[in-house]
Design a protein around this ligand. Structure first.
Ligand code: KG4
Ligand code: ZN
Length: 339
C-alpha cells in the first residue's frame, strides 16, 4: 500500500506547530514555535496575543516542516488541521492557512479534534499500539477518561466538572509564587516536599461517577495558604506542592484504574501536557503493575501541543474517507467524538 504523507497544522492555544507524518506513526518533522515566554509575563495565555503570534510565524513554521521532512507539497496527500477545541482566534489562524494551502496544492483538507490528537500521540510513540485501550487525557484545558474502542471511536467515561488538571496545577503554582506554566514547576518542587504533610480533600461525588472536580482542591490550597499567612506561620512551599499533587494524582489514578476494570481493558495510554508529570507516571506504573495493566506514555515532546499528534489523528480520518470541505469552521468547544 502507498505511504500516506500528511502535512498537519496545530494552533489551538499557544504553540504554532506544523509536522509531516507518514501513515499516522512516523514523524518526518515536527516543528513547534512556543509562545510561552510571552505569556509568562501575563501569568497565563492571552488569547489575542496568541492569535497575533500565530499569524507572525505560521508561514515559516510550515515551510520549515516541509524542508525538514525533505518532501515537496506535491508529495503531500492531505493537509490536516486542528479545528477545535481551543481558542477561536488562535484556531482560525491555523485553519485559514491550512485551507488556503489545501486549495492551492489541490489536496484534501482534514479537520482534527485536538483531544483526539493528544490521544493519537500514543500511536506515534508505540508503533504497535491498537485499540481498545483506556486513555487519560490531562492537559491545561481538558481532563478526560476515554475508552478508545477502535480507531476514531471514543467513549467518554469521565471528565472534569470544573477545572482541568493542568489548570489546577497552574493556579496552585501561581498562588505559591512559582509562575506560569505551573505544572513542571510543581512537579520539580514536589520532589523536595512531603506529600503527606497536608491533608487536602479529594472530591467525593455521591453518584456513581468517574468524573473529576479539582476546584475544591484548588480552593483548599488557597484557604490553607491564607490561614497560614493570617496566623503568621511559615509556609513550606515544597510540602504544599507535594500534598496538592498527591491529592490530584490519587484521584486521576483511582478513576482510570476503575475504568479499566469496568471496561475489562488491560492497557492505559496517557496524553496531554500533564502526562509528563513524574508523580503521575510513577503512580500509574505502580498501580498498573498491581492490576496487570500496561501503562503507556508518549515522550514529553508528544505530550504538549504539537502538530505531529494532529497528523496522526488526521491519517486515521483520511483512511476512513473523512475529509472536510473548505468551509470548515473553528469549533472552540468541540466535543470528543463529535464530527
Ligand atoms: O497539552 P498542553 O500542552 O496544552 C493544552 O492543550 O492545554 O498542556 C499544558 C498543561 C499546563 O497546564 C501545564 O502546567 C501542564 O500541562 N504540564 C504539567 C507538566 N508539564 C506540563 N503538569 C504537571 N506536571 C508536568 N510535568
Ligand atoms: Zn493540548
Amino acid at each position: 500500500m502507498k505511504d500516506i504523507k500528511i502535512l498537519s497544522i496545530e494552533t489551538s492555544c499557544d504553540e504554532t506547530s506544523a509536522a509531516v507524518v507518514v501513515n499516522g506513526r512516523e514523524v518526518l518533522s515536527n516543528i513547534i514555535a512556543s509562545q510561552i515566554d510571552i505569556h509568562t509575563k501575563f501569568g497565563g495565555v492571552v488569547p489575542e496575543v496568541a492569535s497575533r503570534k500565530h499569524i507572525e510565524v505560521i508561514s515559516a513554521v510550515v515551510q520549515e516542516a516541509i524542508e525538514k521532512a525533505n518532501v515537496t507539497f506535491d508529495e503531500i496527500d492531505a493537509v490536516g488541521v486542528t479545528y477545535g477545541p481551543g481558542l477561536v482566534g488562535a484556531l482560525l489562524v491555523g485553519m485559514q492557512y491550512a485551507k488556503s494551502l489545501a486549495y492551492a496544492i489541490g489536496k484534501p483538507l482534514i479537520g482534527v479534534n485536538h483531544i483526539e490528537g493528544h490521544i493519537c500521540a500514543n500511536f506515534i510513540e508505540h508503533k504497535d499500539l491498537k485499540p481498545p485501550f483506556v486513555c487519560l487525557v490531562v492537559s491545561g484545558g481538558h481532563t478526560f477518561i476515554v475508552h478508545m474502542k477502535d480507531f476514531g471511536e471514543f467513549e467518554v467515561i469521565g471528565q472534569t466538572r470544573d477545572d482541568a488538571a493542568g489548570e489546577a496545577y497552574d493556579k496552585v503554582a501561581r498562588a505559591i509564587g512559582l509562575g506560569y506554566p505551573g505544572g513542571p514547576k510543581i512537579d520539580k518542587l514536589s520532589k523536595e516536599g512531603n506529600p503527606e504533610a497536608i491533608k487536602f480533600p479529594r472530591a467525593n461525588f455521591h453518584d456513581d461517577t468517574l468524573d473529576f472536580s479539582f476546584s475544591g482542591l484548588k480552593s483548599a490550597v488557597l484557604n490553607y495558604l491564607n490561614k497560614m499567612e493570617m496566623t503568621g506561620q511559615e509556609i513550606n512551599k515544597a510540602d504544599v506542592a507535594a500534598s496538592f499533587q498527591k491529592a490530584l494524582v490519587d484521584v486521576l489514578v483511582d478513576n482510570v484504574i476503575k475504568t479499566c476494570r469496568l471496561k475489562k481493558v488491560d492497557k492505559i495510554a496517557i496524553a496531554g501536557g500533564v502526562a509528563s508529570n513524574s508523580t503521575l507516571r510513577q503512580a500509574l506504573i505502580s498501580e498498573g503493575e498491581k492490576n496487570a495493566i500496561k501503562v503507556l506514555f508518549p515522550s514529553p515532546i508528544l505530550c504538549t501541543d504539537n502538530a505531529a499528534m494532529i497528523g496522526s489523528a488526521a491519517y486515521f480520518e483520511y483512511i476512513n474517507g473523512r475529509t472536510a470541505e473548505l468551509n470548515l469552521n473553528a469549533v472552540p468547544n468541540l466535543k470528543l467524538g463529535q464530527r
